[in-house]
Design a protein around this ligand. Structure first.
Ligand SMILES: Cc1cc2nc3c(=O)[nH]c(=O)nc-3n(C[C@H](O)[C@H](O)[C@H](O)COP(=O)(O)OP(=O)(O)OC[C@H]3O[C@@H](n4cnc5c(N)ncnc54)[C@H](O)[C@@H]3O)c2cc1C
Length: 465
């Protein structure tokens, strides 16, 4: 161990968000030693950083919670505080907290082919391990802030949703919320409660699904049984929801007219036909983009505390936003729910001192990247629960590392090769990034993926030496 080396272990995990915790659990279950290096002062990643009003999960708790610590609360969706509490509880209950190094930002990582060792550098010193698992989430997490004419002269405030704090109130102020994705739809009801008026300004409409955040009868039954310690009650609900979600996905993708009719029916009690056609009917077929879930939007549309407008911003006035159509929206606050710039890496990788070129690299099962040895980069998915996929990936990682050990290999990798970039979902933040790693080897249907995709025995792409 060189003087600057702080620890040598089997595996280094970068990041203590949902993914890092899932991976740590499954390594621990297979007696693989690890350390988690986390840049922030606390765990939680996404849920620690995003403090905007109404920040919450879109996936039902039973699918978002880990399978090894399944919880079924009395409501369907957790808010950010509840997710953070849950993650901290998980760390304590599983003992993973003992392997956690907070305030430890990884600056670079390099693989030495003569020793088959990754060395990870942090401001405090370096760590060494045979395998590196990068759970750094959306990498850089830089907010996407468009610029508009007149923005600097605007006498109100322009705030990106990432910089919002749920404690801030906008009493007496008119707020324009720009965007129509998951963030805008989650935050709108909560923001409208702390402002004078709220307009959701969207370039074009999205499909939105409103939930009342209460459990249905089957979920209530499973919750009671799960609480009484009946085995498989929670897992049954989780599987039922997963299969149901996949069936809806397939049905709506195969019969888009049926999907459109469903959404019209869904909004019948809150929007007239004309309002629905103008503000809630997208140009694209349903389920080709992620469908945001709303809680309390219908009621606020009915009472007029939230209104939609379509249009693109031409310029900012003194105290207003002027649309390309000429319409002027008076406001003192403009909140940009315009997403972020997706980055997959928050630190550079190198091999024997040479930088690894990860531009457009093939990304097998969103887990391993072409020609990067002993390196795993698990990533969730956009149209179902993140946790469900990363847990499957975490199990596969543990299987692969155990396989490497028992067969006395020292290296595992996938070959570098060209694969098309053809994601099932094409959100703007994904499509505007060039050279992202290119996923392949998945079905993108959680049911099928869980049954087939994440089995070591079906992974013909892996190479061992
Ligand atoms: C508001 C919001 C709602 C969402 N809702 C859902 C939902 O309903 N369902 C769903 O499935 N997904 C949802 N997502 C996606 C969400 O990002 C994932 O569910 C999940 O939280 C991602 O976890 P992660 O651990 O991969 O990444 P993150 O949560 O981003 O965690 C990454 C961690 O790595 C650390 N890190 C990064 N770089 C370094 C470095 N160089 N050195 C050390 N540490 C580093 C970060 O500090 C962070 O703690 C939502 C996202 C947002 C923003």
């Amino acid at each position: 161990m060189s003087p600057a080396t702080l620890a040598t272990t089997d595996v280094i995990i970068v990041g203590a968000g949902v993914t890092g915790i899932a991976v740590a659990y499954h390594l621990q279950a297979r007696n693989i030693r690890f350390v988690i290096l986390e840049a922030d002062e606390d765990v939680g990643g996404t849920w620690l950083r995003n403090k905007w009003h109404g920040a919450r999960v879109d996936s039902e708790v039973v699918r978002y919670a880990f399978s090894f610590m399944l919880e079924i609360p009395c409501k369907e969706l957790w808010n950010r505080g509840e997710v953070l509490d849950y993650l901290k509880r998980t760390l304590l209950v599983t003992g993973i907290d003992r392997h956690l190094m907070l305030r430890t930002r990884v600056q670079r990582a390099t693989f030495a082919t003569d020793r088959n060792i990754w060395t990870v550098e942090t401001p405090l010193g370096s760590y060494e391990a045979g395998h590196l698992i990068n759970c750094n989430g959306f990498g850089a997490n830089v907010p996407n802030i468009p610029t508009f004419e007149g923005m600097e002269a605007f006498r109100g405030k322009v705030i990106h949703a990432c910089d919002l704090d749920e404690k801030t109130r906008f009493d007496g102020q008119n707020v324009v919320l720009v965007g129509s994705g998951a963030t805008a739809i989650s935050t709108a009801p909560a923001l409208s409660d702390v402002s004078k008026s709220l307009v959701i300004l969207q370039r074009s409409p999205s499909y939105i699904y409103e939930v009342d955040n209460r459990l249905g009868w089957f979920a209530r039954l499973c919750r009671t049984l799960h609480g009484a310690g009946v085995p498989f009650a929670g897992a049954t609900l989780r599987w039922k929801n997963t299969v149901e979600g996949d069936l809806y996905f397939l049905l709506i993708r195969c019969f888009p007219r049926l999907g459109r009719a469903f959404f019209r029916w869904h909004w019948r009690d809150a929007a007239t036909d004309a309002y629905h056609a103008e503000y809630l009917t997208p140009r694209y077929p349903p389920y080709t983009q992620r469908i945001p879930k709303a809680v309390g939007l219908k009621q606020r549309l009915l009472t007029g505390t939230i209104a939609f407008r379509n249009g693109s911003i031409k310029r900012f006035g003194d105290r207003s936003i002027v649309l390309a159509s000429g319409e002027e929206l008076p406001c003192e606050v403009c909140i940009l729910a315009t997403g972020f710039k997706l980055g997959v890496f928050s630190f550079p990788l190198s091999c024997d001192g040479l930088p690894i070129d990860v531009r457009s690299v093939n990304w097998y099962k969103t887990l391993m990247m072409g020609s990067v040895p002993n390196y795993f980069h698990p990533f969730g998915c956009f149209h179902c629960s993140w946790t469900q996929r990363v847990e499957q990936l975490a199990r596969l990682i543990a299987d692969v590392i155990v396989h490497v050990r028992t067969r006395r290999y020292s290296r595992v990798w996938v070959e570098r090769k060209a694969v098309p970039f053809d994601p099932v979902f094409r959100p703007n933040f994904l499509m505007r990034e060039e050279h992202l790693p290119r996923p392949y080897g998945l079905f993108e249907l959680p049911t099928l993926d869980q049954l087939v995709s994440f089995r070591l025995c079906t992974s013909h792409e892996l190479r061992f030496a």
